[in-house]
Unconditional design. Structure first.
Ligand SMILES: NC(=O)c1ccc[n+]([C@@H]2O[C@H](COP(=O)([O-])OP(=O)(O)OC[C@H]3O[C@@H](n4cnc5c(N)ncnc54)[C@H](OP(=O)(O)O)[C@@H]3O)[C@@H](O)[C@H]2O)c1
Length: 168
């Protein structure tokens, strides 16, 4: 999750697009490479990791959400193509909020907001495994569920409030 200022003239095009290559293109390339092998199995599953930030953007990391919204859309399209081909491959999208005990939280302070939106790693793993057992299409873990629900009702207001809160 790269933070950068779009007005900073020293930011290169390579820096701007690096996480698109890792998060989105990487997911697409690995999926494409493994699909023939998975299609030969009796049953298989692909789990793509998107994020709470597939639902809302953070202004200080302006391309991260674009990559995760891309992972979300790619997973939906992939699932439909697999269905159309009659293959027994499940596609599940795992959408974590901020996960405590990962290096992402090292960069955040211990404010109330972060306590509210973060989830312990063990709980994410449990939710992910339960989702896989039930062949869920999507696991919106912890605060992601709240965000996904809220964004259906007031997307512009929430995006603006959240964006300004983080930039100040
Ligand atoms: N941490 C969170 O709070 C959080 C929240 C929501 C979503 N997510 C998502 O969950 C996933 C894992 O996050 P994490 O926090 O566990 O991240 P992490 O600890 O930084 O791990 C990222 C992994 O990606 C690999 N990687 C990074 N750049 C790569 C590249 N260019 N080519 C190949 N591999 C590369 C790293 O490999 P090396 O170990 O070899 O460097 C590492 O195994 C990510 O998709 C992230 O967006 C995380």
């Amino acid at each position: 999750m790269h933070e950068f200022d779009l007005f900073d003239e020293s930011i290169t095009y390579e820096h701007l697009t690096a996480e698109i290559n890792t998060n989105l293109n990487g997911t697409i390339y690995v999926t494409k490479a493994l699909l023939p092998l998975l299609a030969k199995q009796q049953e298989a599953m692909i789990v793509n990791v998107s994020s709470l930030l597939a639902n809302i953007t953070v202004a200080n990391a302006p391309t991260y959400s674009a990559t995760k919204a891309g992972v979300h859309m790619f997973s939906d399209a992939l699932r439909e193509q697999i269905r159309a081909k009659g293959k027994n491959i499940h596609v599940m999208e795992l959408c974590p909020p901020v996960i405590s005990e990962t290096n992402l939280t090292d960069t955040y302070d211990e404010g109330l907001m972060n306590k509210m939106i973060s989830l312990p790693l063990a709980k994410l793993v449990n939710a992910g495994i339960k989702g896989m057992q039930k062949n869920k299409l999507r696991v919106n873990a912890g605060f992601t569920k709240v965000m996904r629900f809220s964004m259906k009702f007031a997307p512009d207001y929430i995006t603006h409030t959240w964006g300004q809160m983080i930039l100040k």
